[in-house]
Ligand binder design. Structure first.
Ligand code: SAM
Ligand code: SF4
Length: 322
């Protein structure tokens, strides 16, 4: 599929739930998150039907995300079915790692080869504050289980914040000994992030300069790294990368669509436009109608996001899948 600006769209991010077992300060409010009812969320069979049609149209990479995808019952079987859909080249998962200790092995066995774990700090107290109650030890056990299960690449997503800037070198140091690929991501002013971003935002260049003062960095290539620009600490096993979604946006290379847990297909993270595939499916849509709706979303892709001027403020990351 090609959009109006000539970009090939072959990547779909699928949120399988809005629920989460953490409450990260920049992503969800502390309380008052409405839980969607069972009926509002796409059933796995519905999702699979959409994915089959999308893959027929040229989607090659699928990322499963949330909310926290691992809290959804039946997720491992679902991942296995998606990983074996003919035509998919890659199925990846983004998780907060809380449940990985038990699930890393079965997820790898299901056919998922690449994994992203979100982890913003290596300090237990700070982790508890940023996630409003999470246990760092549990996530670190999850990361170790993922390394043992053989995910390749295994990436750590670190959202850059004023609070964790002093830790960038600790994350980089991890990549010397371990085959971990750390990606520092600029905080986006979406949902909770829009209030939080004010005093907490750190541009990727600031973090990179900090690392350059402490380490010798050489350019590196990481498989499936999309918009990240990656570097290797000299002699290191892993890499560090930067995703500067705000300060150097990479919209000209955007290749993706997003499907929310309740079946809305969005052309862009910051866009308010979406088509409801759930309503179409439940209204008896044929595959041809689904094809039409997918093309509609592709045609609606804007040339670039306008997050810096407030677009997308009302949308929460846990609904969009990050
Ligand atoms: N719960 C899973 C997790 O945390 O990995 C998957 C969903 S989460 C919404 C996906 C990613 O979005 C995480 O890496 C998270 O740090 C990131 N994220 C959430 N809110 C963000 C924001 N305002 N700006 C930048 N990244 C954000
Ligand atoms: Fe949950 Fe992920 Fe959002 Fe944190 S970033 S609250 S783990 S969905």
């Amino acid at each position: 599929m090609r959009d109006s600006f000539g970009r090939t769209i072959d990547y779909l991010r699928v949120s399988v739930t809005d629920n989460c077992n953490l409450r990260c300060v920049y992503c969800m409010p502390a309380t008052g998150v409405e839980r969607r009812t069972h009926d509002e969320i796409l059933r796995f069979e519905e999702l699979e039907r959409i994915l089959r049609v999308a893959v027929d149209l040229g989607i090659r990479r699928i990322r499963v995300t949330g909310g926290e995808p691992l809290v959804r019952r039946g997720i491992v079987d679902f991942l296995a079915r998606v990983a074996h859909l003919p035509g998919t080249e890659e199925v990846t998962l983004t998780t907060n790692g809380v449940l990985l200790d038990e699930l890393a092995e079965p997820i790898r066995a299901a056919g998922v080869r690449r994994l992203n774990v979100s982890l913003d700090t290596l300090r237990p107290e700070r982790f508890r504050e940023l996630t409003r109650g999470g246990s760092l030890g549990r996530v670190l056990r999850g990361v170790a289980a993922a390394e043992a299960a053989g995910f390749d690449p295994l990436k750590l997503n670190v959202v850059l914040l004023r609070e964790n800037l002093e830790e960038v070198e600790h994350f980089a140091a991890l990549t010397r000994e371990r085959a971990l690929h750390v990606r520092f991501i600029e905080l986006m002013p979406l949902g909770e992030g829009s209030c939080y971003a004010g005093g907490h935002f750190v541009p990727a260049t600031e973090a990179r300069r900090r690392l350059e003062e402490r380490f010798e960095l050489e350019p590196a290539l990481v498989q499936g790294s999309g918009p990240a620009v990656s570097w290797r600490v000299r002699g290191g096993r892993g890499t560090v990368g930067f995703i500067a979604a705000l300060t150097e946006h990479f919209c000209d290379r955007c290749n993706r669509l997003r499907l929310s847990a309740d079946g809305r297909l969005s052309p862009c993270l910051a866009s308010d436009q979406a088509v409801s595939l759930r309503d179409a499916l439940r209204g008896g849509a044929t595959d041809r109608e689904l094809v039409r709706l997918l093309h509609l979303a592709v045609r609606a892709k804007p040339q670039e996001h306008r997050m810096e001027s407030g677009q997308g403020k009302g949308r929460r990351m846990s609904q969009l899948g990050g």
